[in-house]
Design a protein around this ligand. Structure first.
Ligand code: SF4
Length: 416
């Protein structure tokens, strides 16, 4: 374990988006104050139980954290700073959706100032599209004009690390439309861009429309073509494609780079430090309703049920739904699964370290030998993927090529 972060879940939104399967409820009709008080208690108990450890990142996500009152956000962040030793240079992110930062410029600027005061130095905005018809179809509450105006105020307040999320493969959207959306996003000069293909999930309005034949998903072939065009455009614009869905701007004058590119290229300093904890098998402490954590070799998940959450906190218990102590195989398997999501892939050394961290017996020989001893059954198929140019296997470890991303689930599942 090299680094440690905190994730805090705020499960409230102004309204539910048509595709959303995340854990979030209508903010107006939800007990936001009661939730904040319970969350503060959970933060304090976790900090105490872990001995007030140092943390490198804090990420407040949701849902839509920016729907909370500033006094509620202040209570949460005070509890964080009093319960954990947040490093002075920690990356501190808040998700702030367009349309929730205040209608008037003065209100928005005051809110942003308060976020700065609370220590946030990175903002993540769910832009999703820059076309108003598409935003409306997705059920978003904002317009493209809201995004442009929020970004202007965010920059005016001096935030220099902003992520913008974009969704592609929305039914009815062509590759050309997606690229036009991306261009408008890039005009805002974000430091980081996350691009996701729309998933139609059961139980969502889109899921129901698909069942009734009112919505047709974008065919796989078209979805993949759009994805690769997006990767190309972002590389051309000087971004590092460092994780399957994530792109970070490289220093001025550097050429963009991505999966499978030859030669070792330096990592962008603007990679998401917090999300990298997940892919690097570092510790993260999940707090709040439905939050997951991985700390000291134990994976856990909090309950999704808000009444159970309140009951557990009132009784002085952690609101856990699941807890699992990782075995050496769990650890190495997860390290490979998450590591392959990164441009650099998984090295044999990292995989062996994950195995040993869970008490795996040190086999005689090199980390590479240990790797193939553990995954002996997967070797022939992995080498076949390598022969097809989808995976690179060398003396350092394994990494996907950009084409390999299209079947990444099949490749990763070899190591589960
Ligand atoms: S803003 Fe995000 S979390 Fe909230 S409903 Fe929309 S997709 Fe879901």
């Amino acid at each position: 374990m090299n680094k440690r972060g905190i994730y805090i879940h705020i499960p409230f939104c102004v309204q539910k988006c048509n595709y959303c399967a995340f854990l979030s409820f209508n903010a107006e009709s939800s007990p936001r104050k009661e939730y904040t008080d319970a969350l503060v208690q959970e933060i304090r108990c976790r900090g105490e139980a872990l001995g007030h450890p140092e943390v490198d990142t804090v990420y407040v996500g949701g849902g839509t954290p920016s729907v909370l009152d500033l006094s509620q956000m202040r209570d949460i962040m005070t509890a964080v700073s009093e319960s954990f030793s947040v490093k002075p240079d920690a990356e501190m992110t808040i998700e702030a959706n367009p349309g929730t930062l205040g209608r008037k410029d003065g209100v928005t600027l005051a809110k942003l100032q308060a976020y700065k005061y609370l220590g946030f130095n990175r903002l993540s905005m769910g832009v999703q599209s820059m076309e108003n018809d598409r935003l409306h179809f997705l059920g978003r509450i904002h317009t493209a004009e809201n995004v442009a105006r929020d970004m202007e105020l965010i920059r005016r307040k001096g935030f220099e690390n902003v992520n913008l999320d974009l969704i592609f493969s929305v039914p009815g959207e062509s590759t050309k439309d997606a690229l036009s959306d991306l261009k408008k996003v890039l005009d805002l000069k974000p430091e980081h861009v996350s691009c996701y293909s729309l998933q139609i999930e059961e139980g969502t309005p889109f899921g129901r429309m698909a069942e009734e034949g009112e919505l047709t998903e974008v065919p796989d072939e078209e979805d993949r073509r759009t994805y690769h065009e997006i990767c190309r455009a972002l590389k051309e614009a000087g971004y590092e494609h460092y994780e399957i869905s994530n792109f970070a701007r490289l220093p001025e004058g550097s050429a963009g780079c991505g999966f499978g590119d030859a030669g070792a290229k330096a990592a962008s300093p603007l990679r998401s430090q917090h999300n990298s904890l997940y892919w690097d098998m570092d510790d993260y402490i999940g707090l709040g309703l439905g939050a997951s954590g991985f700390a000291g070799g134990v994976r856990y998940k909090n309950t999704d049920d808000i009444e159970e959450y309140f009951a557990a906190i009132n009784e002085g218990r952690f609101p856990l739904a699941e807890e699992h102590v990782n075995t050496p195989f769990d650890n190495i398997s997860e390290a490979v699964f998450t590591g392959l999501r990164r441009r650099e892939g998984i090295s044999y050394e990292e995989a062996a370290a994950a195995y040993r961290a869970a008490g795996g017996e040190d086999a005689e020989g090199s980390a590479e030998q240990l790797f193939w001893q553990v995954f002996g059954d997967a070797e022939a198929e992995a080498r076949e993927y390598a022969g097809r140019g989808l995976l690179i296997i060398d003396s350092e470890g394994l990494r996907l090529t950009e084409q390999g991303i299209d079947i990444s689930n099949s490749i990763m599942s070899l190591f589960v």
